[in-house]
Write a protein that binds this ligand. Structure first.
Ligand SMILES: C[S@@+](CC[C@H](N)C(=O)[O-])C[C@H]1O[C@@H](n2cnc3c(N)ncnc32)[C@H](O)[C@@H]1O
Length: 306
């Protein structure tokens, strides 16, 4: 299914330090080999993702099931894993039974691209970079805003992680120096569009206009009021939580709120003349635009590796 990418596999792999090494070069492009995540890395991934009893964890390429079994046993979560290798699926179900969590941790023989991931509140992956990129459009279009994604070792191209760290990974059989990277994202909601609101920063009501572009969780745009305008700064989405700042006519505004469909409810910290006040902030979207990343296909995404 992914054979058209085979010719570039070795080159891409050679470029990626810590790649699943020679193991991957022997495979077709997009065939992630079975390599275990060391248990200390599994545990740290789950701490970073703040997995708890209300979470539903989906592990794409679940191997021996350690990610979902640990989430169920240690954190009381539920979930499932999928893998193409039926022996690993059988082993994972056996490991879930051994850990006493088979009612909450299930494993299926299934292709990750054909898996319904919409129930996930946490998605975990340890897949080759090109697989992450091929899966990325599906993750962005299917997962609910606010879903946490945690990846062992590999990123998502231009979708930069919200957080990442490196740690010792004793016993790791691939890569360099027995070290691992953990990368973490929060699936962004949808903020792009034209927003309007009225506020009273200095005793007089003013109308404010915001045009907002979105690329993954990063927001750029222009705020205008009373004939003046300024670019926004620090524009960011974490799920449906939005924040950005702007300085207009010597007044500093720091907005934070939550997007609910075509409305935002939140607050604005307004600093002028050395004093800061907090005002309620309610905005309405009058035009809705696609986020820039929304049109990316699997093929366009994977070009980020070339
Ligand atoms: C690097 S291993 C990770 C195993 C486990 N998640 C862990 O971290 O220990 C990747 C796994 O993905 C599976 N896999 C590769 N391509 C897949 C696909 N298209 N659909 C489902 N599983 C896949 C492989 O069989 C392998 O078990």
């Amino acid at each position: 299914m992914h054979t058209r990418f085979i010719s570039t596999a070795a080159a891409a792999c050679a470029l990626l330090s810590g790649c699943l090494a020679g193991l991957a070069i022997a495979q077709d492009w997009g065939d992630t080999p079975y390599v275990q995540t060391p248990m200390n890395v599994v545990e740290r991934m789950q701490e970073i993702a703040k997995i708890g009893p209300n979470d539903f964890v989906v592990d794409l390429g679940s191997g021996d099931g350690r990610m979902v079994v640990t989430a169920a046993k240690k954190h009381g979560a539920r979930g499932f894993g999928v893998d193409l290798d039926r022996r690993l699926v059988a082993l994972a179900n056996k490991n879930a039974a051994k850990a006493g969590v088979s009612s909450r941790a299930k494993f299926y023989e299934r292709d990750l691209y054909a898996t319904d991931i919409s129930e996930a509140t946490v998605l975990s992956i340890y897949l080759l970079p090109e697989v992450n990129l091929m899966a990325r459009p599906k993750l962005l279009s299917t997962l609910k805003p606010g879903t946490r994604i945690v990846s062992h070792d590999y990123g998502m191209g231009n979708w930069k992680p919200d957080y990442q760290e490196e740690l010792a990974a004793p016993g790791k059989t691939v890569g360099i120096g027995q070290r691992s990277k953990i990368l973490f994202w929060v699936v962004p909601g949808h903020a792009a569009g034209h927003w309007l609101w009225r506020m009273t920063p200095n005793g007089k009501p003013v109308d404010v206009d915001l045009v907002l572009q979105q690329n993954f969780q990063v927001l750029e745009g222009k705020l205008s009021s009373a004939g003046r305008s300024a670019s926004i700064e620090k524009g960011k989405l974490a799920g449906d939580n939005i924040e950005f700042a702007a300085t207009l006519d010597g007044t500093r505004y720091e907005f934070s709120g939550r997007i609910i469909n075509n409305a935002i409810e939140g607050k604005a910290r307004v600093t002028a003349g050395g004093s800061t006040r907090e005002l309620p902030w309610s905005a309405t979207r009058v035009e809705i635009w696609d986020a820039r990343h929304a049109s990316l296909t699997k093929e366009q995404s994977v070009k980020e590796l070339q």
